[in-house]
Design a protein around this ligand. Structure first.
Ligand code: G6P
Length: 461
């Protein structure tokens, strides 16, 4: 067996590095731009790794059927799972149940409620994990390291470990991990399978030590043996070079010009998020409303640009939340807007160059999640910002662990605290702004995506 640095690698994740769409009847692949892709793609490009992912769209399915998966030198091995199985595993178990548990989103008076449909979905989650386990079993070269990514794939390890003792399994959870008390809201059977599934890996990693400690506490509280599983923490970072490349693109420059015209010389508060319950978008608008209520001098002088692009629209709670976000933005505008000033601009289409242009220009970046595994925007903002922008950051975001020195900390549930933090950031002297902006950029650049990957491979050793 080689050292972790030269062993072959298999990556398993729900969302792959390439998304396919159908153009004139042909599947056309496009490389994704998220942190996972930047972190792991170099291994595939170097010919060292096979990436197994689920076919998510019609385009992906056509790509599988025509043997044309991949794009831009990045190949991906897509599994054409039964679409209904995948929908149940992704929407109902992964996103409505596990995501809610790990982010503390259940409203326990009403949810969860495990009915027969939910148990069918749990069976589907098992089958999807079993299909990934089969794929790893069949395709992994001898002595490979298997990097399993995230909460969609918690059950594949026991089977793979039994059938392929030569493989080393490393799980990386990109979300927070619920503590033992929150996990009581999962059915006993599911909680036990989940915790055992994770304990069947040789190592489990998280973006911060706190989430790893929660997994250990959950194992111990619920009596799950975990003697052979090492816990580690390794935070992901943004790929600065590729962000700066996009920043220099014509699309981003045009978006920057349009933004300058729209905002004029007003101060700018920005957020960039998926339209996601855990991101706490509604409380962000309510805090901004409170700020305008308290500070007459800021009325007409500051705008809030919220780039909240669609996410997981197959889940009803996400659709309802989108309505709530739109209503909250409209309420602020009704209350304070004037003929020549719109307090909140809510942009709900997915436009990465425009989001980046907003990050370049912000005075204050609001990142106030209820809970977040990491939150890469909290690092991307400081890397690209050219306005000595300040970061208002939730203490519950994993990134807070690294950036706390140079941000305005907020309790995500406290509207007064959030309004005051935005005010403090806007009121800061130019010298203090500059000093903190330099520091938060340094902290954001202190790790690279390659460090994160190296930490995962090291955990295999
Ligand atoms: C989080 C999860 C990822 C997921 C991403 C986007 O960051 O940890 O696993 O891929 O959100 O969500 P989606 O459901 O669109 O893949």
């Amino acid at each position: 067996m080689g050292t972790p640095a030269d062993r072959p690698v298999v990556i398993a994740s729900n969302r792959g590095p390439v998304a396919h769409s159908i153009v004139d009847g042909v599947a056309v692949g496009r490389r994704g731009s998220g942190g996972l892709v930047t972190g792991l793609a170099p291994l595939v490009e170097a010919g060292r790794a096979t990436w197994i992912a689920a076919a998510l769209t019609e385009g992906d399915r056509l790509a599988v059927a025509t043997g044309m998966t991949g794009a831009d030198g990045l190949s991906v091995d897509l599994l054409a799972l039964d679409p209904e199985d995948h929908r149940l595993a992704y929407d109902v178990v992964s996103n409505e149940t596990l995501w809610f548990a790990h982010h503390g989103l259940f409203d326990l008076t009403r949810t969860p409620a495990y009915d027969e449909q939910w148990w069918s979905a749990w069976d589907a989650y098992r089958r999807v994990n079993a299909a990934f386990a089969d794929a790893v079993y069949e395709r992994a070269a001898a002595d490979s390291v298997v990097l399993v990514q995230d909460y969609h794939l918690c059950l594949l390890a026991p089977e793979v470990r039994r059938r392929r003792p030569d493989l080393t399994l490393v799980h990386f959870h990109h979300t927070p991990f619920a503590g033992p008390d929150t996990l009581r809201a999962l059915p006993t059977v599911a909680r036990t399978e989940l915790l055992r599934g994770l304990a069947a890996h040789h190592a489990c990693g998280f973006h911060t030590p706190g989430w790893a400690a929660n997994l250990r506490a959950s194992w111990e509280h619920w009596g799950i043996g975990h003697d052979t599983t090492r816990l580690f923490d390794a935070s992901l970072s943004s790929d600065a070079a590729s962000l700066l490349d996009t920043m220099a693109s014509p699309e981003c420059r045009t978006a920057g010009d349009q933004l300058a015209e729209q905002i004029g010389d007003r101060r700018l508060v920005v957020r960039v998020d998926r339209m996601e319950l855990s991101k706490n978008i509604v409380r962000g608008f309510r805090a901004f409303d409170l700020l305008l209520d308290r500070r007459a001098d800021l009325r007409g002088a500051v705008s809030f640009l919220a780039c909240c692009y669609p996410s997981r629209e197959g889940v009803e709670a996400y659709r309802t939340y989108r309505d709530e976000v739109e209503a909250a933005a409209a309420a602020v505008n009704r209350r304070w807007g004037t003929e020549d000033w719109t307090p909140v601009h809510l942009l709900t289409d997915d436009d990465f160059p425009r989001s980046l242009a907003a990050l370049v220009r912000y005075d204050v970046l609001v990142v106030n999640p209820i809970r977040d595994g990491l939150n890469l925007v909290a690092k991307e903002g400081p890397i690209v910002n050219r306005n000595d922008g300040q970061v208002v950051l939730s203490t519950q975001a994993g990134a807070f662990h690294e950036l706390h020195d140079a941000v305005d900390a907020v309790d995500p549930f406290d509207l007064v605290d959030t309004a005051e933090a935005i005010a403090a950031a806007l009121d800061r002297s130019p010298e203090d702004r500059a000093r903190r902006a330099v520091r938060v950029r340094e902290l954001s650049l202190s790790r690279t995506p390659a460090d994160w990957l190296a930490d995962q491979l090291r955990a295999a050793g």
